[in-house]
Design a binder for this molecule. Sequence first.
Ligand SMILES: *Cc1c(COP(=O)(O)O)cnc(C)c1O
Length: 425
Amino acid sequence: MTTTRSQQLFDDAQTLMPGGVNSPVRAFGSVGGSPRFIARGAGAHFWDEDGNRYLDYVGSWGPLIHGHAPPFIHDAVRAQLARGTSFGAPTALEVEMAREVCAAVPSIEMVRMVNSGTEAVMGAIRVARGFTGRRKIIKFAGCYHGHSDALLVQAGSGALTLGVPDSAGVTPAQTADTISAHYNAIDETRALIRELGDELAVVAVEPLPANMGLVKPKSGFLEMLREETQKSGALLLFDEVMTGFRLARGGFQEVAGITPDITTLGKIIGGGFPVGAYGGRREIMECVAPVGPVYQAGTLSGNPMAMTAGLTSLRALTPEKYEYLENLGARLENGVRAALQETGTTAQMQRWGSMWTLFFSPVPVEDYAGAKASDAQKFGRFFHAMLERSFYLPPSQFEAAFISLAHTERDIDDTVEAMREALKV
Ligand SMILES: *Cc1c(COP(=O)(O)O)cnc(C)c1O
């Protein structure tokens, strides 16, 4: 496989952009080697600048549930392009989008569109504090909620880490009200919520965490969060930026049967364009300006290009589509399990619907500490062995992979076949 052109671009890019990229994981830092520069995509595949074709399991990190360059979305976007890209005034498309989202996710009675998942969570946290009149936030180690200051906190060693910033440039004051807890630690988190009492504004959680690799909630964990926040008068925020419209139209909350107070969305609702959204109960969302005192605004928020791409994408997501994705996911899971056994590999295939992670860990991964204990070097070798065979997986052990509607059973079988060889490397 020739990668001269990608290599050349990466050399240039590193002199012009930090690490040569506009988002860190793209730089291949955790798997080594140098990233492919992608020239175009179609369906389940994309091609790099050297003309190599890959079967893609990243899907732009979640948004591309219909695959690359789906003609039906691009036709709609082209038609809108001719009418204008942004007006800074209300449009019918925003009403249609809000109606679509509220119908799909019953816990969302009102919604505000923004431009990224980061912005959505930042807005949702502000509303939670405005609504409750409280300050403290609980988040969970290994859950990612975008790069806003207050949320760049993870647990360190010990039971809980109080407000230790995870990034340079974030001051202790900015994270002083953020408390990091351990995902799936039921008793510990219950005690923490009770201890914080009427200081606690919101518990923010990825209900199905996928930003430490895919981890499943233990039975009773999300139920406990719902019950305890309700008792405390704090809000429960489900960050469904990744899971929204990925597993069901109603997100993971529909699957789990739990109703949060606020939900954040992004990725799929943008149809490949930059979009985020937050929404929840009417009384909460009516705290947002111009109705209420919580300020939040955006020059390009709800712009017609993104609304068109998003709406077209969402409307095509019927129950049959989720069934198709589940079938492909199950096929992959079964194939991978067989391949692991055949090759005598110790690893955990963790999957929900079309999201999956192969953890090189001897035991199932249930939290951040477990994810971190995986053999990242082994993952790196596996990743490169797959890449050489033209299968593009997320370039990190701590990310979820995605199957799209453009993938076929044949693609899945080819992937398993390649894994059989790659696992021996
Ligand atoms: C991707 C993601 C975000 C951040 O969204 P951006 O659009 O990258 O800002 C926030 N929360 C979760 C759960 C995500 O997966």
